[in-house]
Design a protein around this ligand. Structure first.
Ligand code: SF4
Length: 483
């Protein structure tokens, strides 16, 4: 199945290494990410004071997601049946372009020119705003962070906090420049009020409200959205048409399965005990009701997810509940920020999902941008073995592209080099035979003067070790321990 769409081919910028290099050379960006990540890490830690409770909750979260994925085809059919019975129209989109066409088709049928959109990473993934704009439909972001990056003509740099890379001064200047009759301020409350005022009339004038979906319960046909600002509720209730877009893996078997997720998600994401709003949507406006949309649509998006689903190991990627905890704890993301990745999903989750959405040829550098320290896997609320998946994707990128495997990944062998394979084969042979290894070591020791002094990024960006002030023997003596 070819899921590399024209839209993505146009907008994805694959030069990860040079963007990462630029980001490392930007002290302002590094400082703002370091501060934000430290803050989020400490908030999450404070939310889980009892490790036994955290581990039990993670077990539950993992079980719910694994159960859903084990029954995914049946649950999706059940979800469609329940939603249809409830009056919600379900659309299946195999690619990003198909999803865009479906949404544009609904807009054109209603002669809609204005769409107001709540936070939705799936809509970012398909580049919906650009697509609609190209067809004469204006789409305005209603989530404050998304609204800021839209005004700045940028992409989100974090899946939960899209404008985390911006300072108060940046936002003050942006609002002064882009929102009429606005003065410069760095006062956060005032900035929020400016944004709210600018957005308020957009809700009233929009023809269509568009939202994401955090989870969908197959047994009741319920769409579940969490949010903090109230924009999600406005988007899903004020306009007369509501379109929800959801990655097809977000379904769970039962409504009650969402309850542990509702506890895990905000605590892992923003360090909140609970989010301000839970929106449960089961149908359009019913006869006699005074508000709510008259039409509700759900677009179920594949866009490469079936590739991950087909592989027993990589399927775990689809357990993700998009909390962002892995990126908050990733030493690489904390240094280079989200834009360096060039993908909709940055950080550890981006490194394991993007190869399915965009193909390994475009994303082969991403799984290598990891120290494999394991922090992402340790904080993941649904226990996705991210380091293990990164190693597997590296293997797939370096596999012979002609090698027959059960489920070849799109772009398999993108980094395959015959000469490199031969070097590793020699290395493994040397390690397997002590005599050869000893000869190799003897020769390497004598030739080490030939190794370059500067080893590019490794020597430029790591903190050099300081020479010890005291020897180990002195330290042990001071402590009265035997040498
Ligand atoms: S991979 Fe895990 S930690 Fe990262 S966003 Fe997904 S659920 Fe959260």
């Amino acid at each position: 199945m070819n899921t590399q769409t024209n839209t993505q081919a146009l907008r994805f910028e694959p030069d990860f290494k040079s963007r990462a290099h630029d980001a490392l050379a930007d002290p302002k960006l590094r400082k703002s990410f370091r501060g934000a990540m430290d803050f989020l890490q400490s908030k999450r830690t404070a939310m889980f004071p009892d490790d036994a409770e955290l581990q039990a909750l993670r077990d539950l979260g993992e079980a719910v997601r694994k159960h859903a994925l084990a029954n995914l085809p049946e649950l999706l059919v059940q979800l469609e049946e329940k939603l249809s019975a409830n009056g919600i129209t379900v659309h299946w989109a195999e690619t990003a372009d198909e999803a865009n066409e479906i949404i544009l088709g609904i807009a054109q049928r209603h002669q809609a020119k204005r769409v107001i959109k709540g936070k939705s990473m799936a809509s970012e993934e398909i580049e919906l705003n650009h697509y609609l704009a190209e067809h004469g439909v204006n789409c305005v972001e209603a989530d404050m962070g998304e609204y800021i990056v839209q005004l700045a003509d940028e992409k989100p740099s974090h899946i939960i906090m899209p404008a985390v890379h911006k300072t108060k001064a940046d936002i003050g200047e942006l609002f002064e420049d882009k929102i009429p009759d606005t003065h410069y301020t760095e006062d956060v409350d005032e900035l929020i009020q400016i944004g709210r005022r600018a957005l308020r009339h957009q809700f009233m004038e929009a023809d269509i409200g568009l939202s994401g979906v955090n989870f969908a319960a197959a047994d009741t046909g319920t769409l579940w959205l969490v949010e903090n600002e109230g924009n999600g509720r406005m988007v899903t209730t004020v306009p007369s048409v509501h379109i929800a877009i959801m990655g097809m893996e977000k379904v769970v078997a039962k409504l009650e399965h969402i309850v542990p997720m509702a506890s895990l998600l905000p605590r892992s994401a923003t360090g909140q005990m609970i989010t301000t709003y839970f929106n449960l949507i089961s149908s359009p406006r019913k006869p006699g009701e005074k508000d709510g949309p008259k039409e509700v649509h759900l677009v179920l998006l594949d866009n490469g997810r079936t590739q991950a689903f087909a592989d027993d190991e990589l399927r775990a990627t689809l357990q993700c509940i998009r909390c962002g905890a892995c990126m908050n704890h990733c030493p690489v993301y904390g240094r280079i920020g989200g834009h360096a990745y060039g993908t909709t999903y940055p950080g550890p989750i981006g490194k394991i999902i993007s190869p399915h959405l965009l193909g390994l040829r475009a994303t082969a550098d991403l799984p290598t941008a990891s120290t494999l320290c394991g922090a992402c896997g340790e904080v993941c609320p649904v226990r996705i073995p991210i380091p293990q998946l990164l190693v597997r994707l590296r293997t797939e990128a370096n596999r012979n592209p002609h090698e027959a495997v059960a489920h070849p990944l799109r772009g398999q062998g993108a980094k395959y080099r015959r000469s490199e394979k031969l070097v590793w084969r020699f290395w493994s042979g040397a390690f397997a035979h002590p005599a050869i290894y000893r000869v190799f070591r003897w020769a390497a020791t004598r030739l080490r003067a030939l190794t370059p002094k500067s080893q590019l990024g490794w020597t430029q960006h790591r903190t050099p070790l300081k020479p010890a002030e005291k020897s180990l023997a002195d330290l042990l003596n001071e402590r009265g321990q035997p040498e």
